[in-house]
Ligand binder design. Structure first.
Ligand code: FHN
Length: 591
């Protein structure tokens, strides 16, 4: 048998080469092009859950709105009755699409079927759908597809492939269908998922991507079957990472996860405007336009796409609080879109004290969140000659620049002088820097102008195997005292520094706990302390992951040069055993 295999393989390969068939990687590259250029999309969570809007039998149900059926353990027979009342007569597809368009978004991902199992489209595979089961009798996906075509936006569908609380064989409904032994996931997968995904790809013209969610129990075969189905029916249609088992065209970050360790594949993050995805009447925990704009810039500066959610009401209206926020983002995008669309991560592996950087063809875009008070912004480490610097809000006016290279220390610095006062946009002023060639930068960590040194967890040399670098760029599960980390970095202005540790708390998780005994060694000096909470750090880009500052002590370096700092736990036991979630070590010049 084996004797015949090799020639057969060679013949097949030769045939593929002769036929000029593109490789799977080349196909993926082609599919990704529009999505990479887009960088910013609208997520829409809309379904029957918009009717109860967070309340059941007169009581508030905690948690996110679209999970109400699960959180309140509503029986299928009760929840189904919502369909008879669902009549979104104020739904206007063109209006929704124009809200997205005015915000600067280039694609819309809408829940075709969420975990409650109700299809928001015309489905022959299940009568439990908006056309057959509601008095509305219209297919909003058809109307959205037409409106998207008219307005030049890509339509994409969200589809919950594992959780389906309506079906005995779907995942998640343990209150109606408690007998796990009777659950046959593959039966549900073949009878509902595959036919409905097929319908989504056959009924609405070209679809930008299918956004699967919570892969949980998906086998590699099932993930592959879904991805192949999508790519066979619509070769241009992308599949997100949550199809499971690495079968997506790109990676999906966790919900509301803004940072993503650099060097990973293309990625996208889904983000809420308040806390819920589906409409919830009493959720007033809205993010400010400032947070949203900075999150967008930060995501793109790390090579990601930003998918921002709205949860329309049961009447079919996008809440005004959402529309207002999207309009504010849209105003910023109209001025600064060039620094977002079609751009890539900046060439530096870290962020700056003043903000973040994206890069476009022949240009770097400096997103300045903290406008320098002294009217001067200095960038270290850029070797490529800069041709011109201008504000995107005031093109045509060249900013003054002073490039410098100090031979003995090999320090490169570019100073932007006489910057306008006050900040042209206190949220994010973008400076476009045209370059004479491809950006060539020194990527090693270095002290920044102003004297601060930041050693981020994602750039540490980690010695050990148990703690790991989470995709959001923090070292987590650090519970073994034998594991340690170190960093190398360049100091330009020696002196005495206040050393602090930034660790992370998880808002909806375990919180934060101190008590770990930490030792830091720098320039022959050892500092050791028991970690305590010395204050919270405001992190406007990432409100769901508040940081905690722990003071470590003072350390002095006498001369400029390369240094190494190590961080070793002396003991990592803490009352609850959470261990450390390390964000960074910070060295701030002591006053
Ligand atoms: O459980 C869902 C949730 O309802 C929402 O759809 C988000 C969006 O990313 N995805 C799941 C949780 O990660």
């Amino acid at each position: 048998m084996t004797q015949f295999r090799k020639p057969a393989l060679i013949i097949a390969l030769a045939a593929a080469l002769c036929s000029g068939a593109p490789s799977p990687d080349a196909e993926r590259e082609r599919r990704l092009q529009w999505w990479r250029d887009a960088r910013f999309g609208m997520f829409i969570h809309w379904g029957l859950y918009a009717l109860p809007a967070g309340q059941w039998n007169g009581k508030d149900v905690p948690g996110i709105g679209e999970w109400i059926m699960n959180r309140a353990k509503i029986p299928v027979a009760e929840y189904e009755k919502l369909a008879a009342k669902f009549n979104p007569v104020r739904f206007d597809a063109d209006r929704w699409v124009s809200v997205a368009k005015n915000a600067g978004m280039k694609y819309i991902v809408i829940t075709a079927k969420h975990h409650d199992g109700f299809a928001m489209f015309n489905s022959k595979a299940s009568k439990y759908n908006i056309v057959d089961a509601t008095p509305f009798h219209r297919d909003p996906m058809k109307e959205l597809a037409a409106a998207c075509q008219r307005q030049g936006i890509r339509l994409c569908f969200y589809y919950s492939q594992t959780q389906d609380w309506h079906e005995p064989d779907g995942v998640g409904n343990t209150w109606d269908f408690p007998d796990e032994g009777k659950r046959d996931f593959n039966r549900y997968f073949q009878n509902k998922v595959i036919p409905q995904v097929r319908e989504l790809l056959m009924q609405y013209g070209p679809i930008g991507l299918i956004w699967f969610d919570t892969p949980r129990n998906m086998t590699k075969e099932q993930s592959t079957e879904l991805a192949n189905l999508v790519h066979t029916l619509q070769p241009e249609c992308l599949v997100n990472g949550r199809v499971g088992n690495g079968m997506g065209d790109y990676d999906s970050a966790g919900d509301n996860q803004i940072s993503f360790a650099k060097g990973a594949r293309e990625w996208e993050t889904p983000v809420t405007l308040n806390d819920t995805w589906g409409f919830k009447r009493d959720d007033n925990h809205w993010k400010s336009p400032e947070v949203l704009i900075r999150q967008l810039a930060t995501t793109v500066s790390q090579g990601g796409n930003y998918l921002l959610n709205v949860g329309p009401t049961a009447e079919g209206v996008i809440p005004y609080q959402s529309v207002y926020r999207l309009e504010e983002v849209g105003k910023w995008m109209k001025v600064n879109g060039e620094s977002i669309y079609g751009t890539k991560a900046g060439p530096y592996p870290y962020d700056f004290p003043w903000g973040v950087m994206t890069s476009g063809p022949g240009k770097l875009f400096l997103h300045v969140f903290n406008w320098p008070k002294e009217g001067t912004l200095i960038l270290y480490g850029l070797k490529t000659k800069a041709g011109r610097a201008e504000l995107l809000s005031n093109r045509g006016w060249a900013l003054q620049m002073k490039p410098q290279h100090t031979k003995n220390s090999d320090q490169y610095s570019l100073t932007l002088l006489k910057l306008p006062e006050p900040a042209p946009d206190p949220v994010d002023t973008v400076i476009a820097l045209s370059l004479a060639g491809k950006p060539d930068v020194i990527t090693e960590l270095q002290q920044q102008p102003g004297g601060k040194v930041t050693l981020p967890a994602f750039l540490a040399n980690l010695h050990g195997t148990k703690a790991n670098l989470d995709t959001r760029g923090v070292i987590e599960h650090w519970t073994d005292k034998a594991e340690w980390a170190d960093w190398k970095f360049q100091v330009w202005q020696p002196g005495t520094f206040d050393v602090t540790l930034i660790t992370s708390e998880q808002k909806y998780g375990n919180g934060w706990e101190g008590g770990q005994h930490i030792a830091i060694e720098l320039a022959g000096k050892k500092l050791d302390v028991v970690m305590k909470n010395d204050g919270k750090l405001d992190n406007p880009q990432n409100p769901y992951w508040p940081y905690v500052i722990s003071k470590i002590g003072k350390a002095t370096v006498d001369k400029a040069g390369e240094y190494s700092l190590s961080l070793k736990p002396e003991s990592i036991e803490s009352p609850k055993g959470y261990g450390l979630t390390l964000v960074s070590v910070e060295m701030t010049p002591a006053r």
